[in-house]
Ligand binder design. Structure first.
Ligand code: 5GP
Ligand code: MN
Length: 330
């Protein structure tokens, strides 16, 4: 199995192999995970113009309906479908750590898995997983560059948006010189950073702010102030008229509390409690998420604890999981 940053891994070779496979396939599906974020949709849509130009039949698929409206400015957003075509020669997946997060039953005849989650289960026939990449779109960008593919304005906008959303606007430790060089290159392809910022961050919903107010009221600090919990109940969502997308960044702002190393949002969902974990400096939250059947990155991970609806019970479980790595005195 080829994997980045392992001895003997030949990045150029796998990018070339992937491109050969793409060139030799006619009916291609671009797919990302359920409840997609900017990286999931940005990465999927970034290849759409490229493949269309090559004369391919391309479908961009996502199981989630409705799709997050804050991403509706991405070129070809309106072309995303939630029904798979009958004929599929090749499926390319983006930003998805495990096969069960696509919301599809059948495996395609060939699957290229492009991702940057450390917890990726390598479910593809070809796995291009770079856990050091700032976004899955950076892996796509590297693949296009390696194969001397021209990146047009629409693709660049998708790749850049994915990068902005997955780095918290260039704040996280994944941000390095390569990331800025890539961003600069994308700007030279026609991306306007101010436009992306306005689309992403200046079209807020009042219902989201009302939900934030209610959720912030539930913040609870524990483990010597190193852990913070925040709750989102169905009732809060109903009263404020908020939708699931409105809960996306709550956990990030709770992590911003000075003493906090790990922030955890608990959201009441139909199937159980969805946990979203964020760490600041040293705790590995992907391990905790994996324990509950989820996954993610070292500093951002999530899981759904199925058929469990008791917030206090889940908080105790997470505290126990974190106590050791946070070196909290008992
Ligand atoms: P969030 O907490 O915002 O839902 O997700 C944080 C990170 O963890 C994202 O990279 C997301 O893809 C991943 N993640 C969230 N929930 C799950 C899950 O249930 N399973 C897996 N494999 N990854 C998840
Ligand atoms: Mn991502």
């Amino acid at each position: 199995m080829l994997e980045f940053h392992k001895k003997g891994f030949d990045v150029q070779k796998i990018f070339k192999q992937a491109w050969e496979k793409i060139k030799n396939s006619d009916n291609i599906v671009l797919i990302a995970h359920i409840n997609p974020d900017g990286d999931a949709l940005g990465s999927s849509l970034s290849l759409y113009p490229v493949l269309k130009k090559m004369g391919k039949k391309v479908s961009v698929f996502n199981v989630t309906k409705p799709l997050p409206m804050y991403l509706d400015f991405l070129p070809n957003f309106e072309k995303i479908v939630n029904k798979l075509p009958k004929k599929i020669d090749l499926m390319i997946s983006f930003d998805c750590g495990s096969f069960d997060r696509f919301g599809i039953d059948e495996r395609p005849s060939f699957l290229i898995n492009i991702d940057h989650h450390i917890s990726n289960t390598k479910y593809g026939d070809m796995n291009i997983i770079d856990a050091n990449a700032a976004s899955s779109s950076q892996v796509v960008y590297n693949m296009l560059k390696e194969n001397q593919v021209k990146i047009d304005k629409n693709s660049a906008l998708c790749i850049y948006t994915a990068l902005v959303t997955d780095t918290g606007s260039f704040q996280y430790e994944s941000v390095n010189e390569k990331v800025f060089l890539m961003a600069a290159d994308l700007v030279s392809c026609g991306v306007k950073p101010e436009f992306v910022a306005k689309m992403l961050f200046q079209r807020d919903r009042l219902s989201r702010l009302r939900l934030l107010a209610k959720a912030y009221d539930t913040i609870e600090l524990c483990c010597e102030g190193k852990v913070a919990f925040v709750e989102v109940t169905k009732e809060m969502m109903e009263i404020t008229g908020a939708i699931k997308d409105d809960t996306d960044t709550i956990v990030n702002s709770v992590r911003a509390i000075a003493s906090v190393e790990v922030a955890c949002m608990l959201r009441e969902d139909d199937e159980g409690i969805k946990i979203s974990l964020r760490s600041k400096n040293y705790a590995d939250v992907s391990k905790v998420a994996v324990k509950y059947g989820g996954g993610g990155h070292i500093r951002a991970a999530g899981a759904t604890i199925k058929d469990e609806f008791d917030f206090n019970k889940v908080k105790e479980m997470i505290k126990n999981d974190l106590n050791k790595s946070l070196k909290v005195k008992k």
